[in-house]
Design a protein around this ligand. Sequence first.
Ligand code: ATP
Length: 503
Amino acid sequence: QDDLFKNVVSHAKEYGFIFPSSEIYDGLSAVYDYAQNGVELKKNIREYWWKSMVQMHENIVGLDAAILMHPTTWKASGHVDAFNDPLIDNKDSKKRYRADVLIEDYAEKLNQKAEKEIEKAAVRFGEAFNREEFITTNTRVVEYLSKKNEILARMAKSLGDENLEDVKALIEELEIACPESGSRNWTEVKQFNLMFGTKLGASADSAMDLYLRPETAQGIFVNFLNVQKSGRMKIPFGIAQTGKAFRNEIVARQFIFRMREFEQMEMQFFVKPGEEMKWYEYWKNTRLNWHLSLGLGRENYRFHDHEKLAHYANAAADIEFNFPFGFKELEGIHSRTDFDLKAHEKFSGKKMQYFDTETNANYTPYVVETSVGLDRMFLSVFATSLKEEALEDGSTRTVLQLPSVLAPTKAAVLPLVKKDGLPDVARKIIEELKWDFNVAYDEKDAVGRRYRRQDALGTPFCITVDHQTLEDETVTIRHRDSMKQDRVNITDLKSIIENEVSM
Ligand code: ATP
């Protein structure tokens, strides 16, 4: 698993997807730059999301609110008072941890222990294996899973009650239950606010303290009535937004999984009070299906219903993904009640209510939110697509089996040799295709090596121009995953590619 993850990070760098930020100065912790291929993949994920949320829904519209907002926004939203993470220091190693992440890691370890037992038994019993029955009857599995559930429930309760001493006690107890992780010497648990502060204005006395937004959602809430009125929107309706958010994360590890500057893709859906649970279920399913449509495998996703609810929510679930370091949150679906609109009404003194023309009554809508991290999406797609494949001739190849609709480059056009007019024909093909797709040209090295390079970049098609092309205007088109080659007419290329890569 560690090796797989290291491969992901080095492949991302070597092939121009992701670089550490300001690398010449040794980088900046948990901040990354998207390189020439990464920026395309990221853009395609964003577009895939936007199309499915905005273009495909008559009642969802977009927004691009500013990163800087009036500071009272964050008082009203609760971020100034409650956007904290519990942190704990290890006195020996001088390392800092998020207490809840530490506990979740232990829970995941117990889960893995249970899964191992289940796997072993499945092999032993073969077809006669009944997973459900085994989970409830095998003493070791029952013990692991109930311990896991118990510690998560205890953590949720202690954090909910702000009982930080209990959180510390739980960590110490877990070290005894998982002796393989070694024991450590801990400080007390403290709360730490995650917002980045900055200043607006030049002179010291008139400057205003601002925050870089820690989520995009509040830009949507404060614009709720502007959008509703100018767009003549009728409830239920949604507002979608993608954009940067900033959090001064304590545990900054795991590459682009947890960054200090990242991008969110959020949609706030405004509904009639009392209908929120119906819409919550609807969006849970709709969002899971969106993820599944990328074809990375059903087994890589699972729901995690929250026991501990944030101050604004009456129901919440994560869609978790099987990252190289285990199942972790990819997207959150939250039923946020009328908390945000009510709070903004209170702090601004402006009415934030919807006038229902059918009943001639005003009310504050309830909100169901879907919130997914674009960078986490990138990591899920990239890590799962990266494969080392053994070939029939005994060699291996590295192939990035990205969903074709997300691939940075859709086709590479390759003249078999650098002479006899083949490069000119290749360039002409590019001139035709570039209006519709990102296409690349490559004439360096033997064609087999060029194929391998495109495989590693995730390019779904390689088009090779050879001497026969000069006679009959046909080329070979090679498919990344099957490596099969077909001979086709140049005039058919566009529709062949379109068939596979269009959103
Ligand atoms: P976590 O528990 O992992 O810190 P969260 O529950 O605080 O995440 P939300 O506030 O629900 O996350 O944010 C919605 C989404 O934004 C998350 O599901 C995740 O995909 C993404 N996200 C949150 N924090 C980060 C981060 N530091 N780096 C990258 N993506 C993030």
